[in-house]
Design a binder for this molecule. Structure first.
Ligand code: MG
Ligand code: MG
Ligand code: MG
Length: 307
């Protein structure tokens, strides 16, 4: 019998990789043995740090799913961010913490909560089902929350995330402020990446009406190291705009130390960021003070102002 595949979004981040592994564990503990975590893209350096630390292999890489393949989605729900051919697959469950842009013709288990991380939802599911959380699983979940909430500093952070982190610190023996910072820092090393690779580490495609746009984000501890190569980034971004017929491309370099983002905005709708964030764009760039979250700050402001 074919396995049920569990995966997060394309250009997977730490939450997408770890939550697929955690969900596989939970399903198996609940007696659903025929499940398998997979991934839709390269493991980034931050996530590789987590997997190395815990001695866990990355899930197998896939890019598309067969017709009628049974799947469980974690950390995303939009088809544009999912596996190729997802519209012909059978989605059994969705466990997520993003805005919902999902259509289905069959009943399913859909669980979305407005919390900082998929792992926070999964933690609650373990508790509800009385399933024990071992040290490795706790460490995976703690890593995901540290990543998605930037050590509980992002405005996406909720009281629930904070409570869950306390419990996960107890089980894992890890201190989020020490382990989490090392993990985030390892993710900021882009020294051996080309600008084209950097913009694709964490890039999501969105649609509004007939507009198509991408928002890419990279964490950094040194904005200058990125912006000294601005011309190369612009070239990579403009190539994607052409190739995919995008109306807008926003690349955000997020300073994890000072909790700001400096953006490059390109495409016909590039000026939308001025209205969206109340800033003036200079040389295609703008500094967004106190902006660190794509989900809660960048995306909604663009959606509200894109016409
Ligand atoms: Mg994610
Ligand atoms: Mg997430
Ligand atoms: Mg993210």
């Amino acid at each position: 019998m074919k396995e049920v595949l569990i995966f997060g979004h394309k250009n997977p981040d730490t939450d997408s990789i770890t939550s697929s592994l955690v969900m596989e564990n939970l399903e198996k503990k609940l007696g659903n043995k025929n499940v398998k975590a997979v991934r839709l893209g390269n493991v980034n350096k931050e996530t590789q740090y987590v997997l190395n630390y815990l001695g866990i292999e990355a899930p197998e890489l896939i890019s598309s799913v067969d017709d009628n393949q049974e799947v469980i989605l974690v950390d995303h729900n939009e088809a544009s961010q999912s596996a190729d051919n997802i519209n012909n697959a059978k989605v059994l469950k969705v466990i997520d913490h993003h805005a919902i842009n999902f259509a289905t013709s069959t009943p399913l288990y859909y669980r979305a909560e407005p919390v900082g991380c998929t792992a926070t939802v999964l933690y609650k599911m373990y508790k509800e089902n009385d399933v024990e959380i071992d040290k490795k699983i706790a460490s995976l979940m703690l890593s995901a929350i540290a990543s998605d909430t930037l050590l509980l500093k992002s405005p996406t952070t909720t009281e629930e995330d904070k409570k869950v982190v306390k419990k996960l610190e107890e089980i894992s023996g890890l201190d989020i402020s020490v382990y989490g910072l090392d993990m985030l820092k390892s993710g900021t090393d882009i020294s051996d990446y080309t600008p084209e690779q950097v913009i694709n580490i964490d890039c999501k495609l969105f649609e509004k009406g007939n507009k198509k746009f991408r928002i890419a984000q990279v964490n950094t501890a040194d904005l200058d190291s990125i912006f000294k190569n601005q011309a190369y980034y612009e070239k990579a971004i403009n190539d994607d705009i052409k190739k995919e017929n995008l109306d807008l491309y926003v690349f955000a370099a997020t300073d994890i130390i000072n909790s700001n983002s400096k953006i490059i905005s390109l495409g016909n709708d590039a000026p939308v960021v001025e209205k969206a964030f109340g800033v003036s764009v200079d040389n295609n760039t703008a500094m967004l003070e106190n902006v660190v979250s794509r989900k809660k700050q960048i995306l909604p402001n663009i959606l509200n102002n894109l016409e």
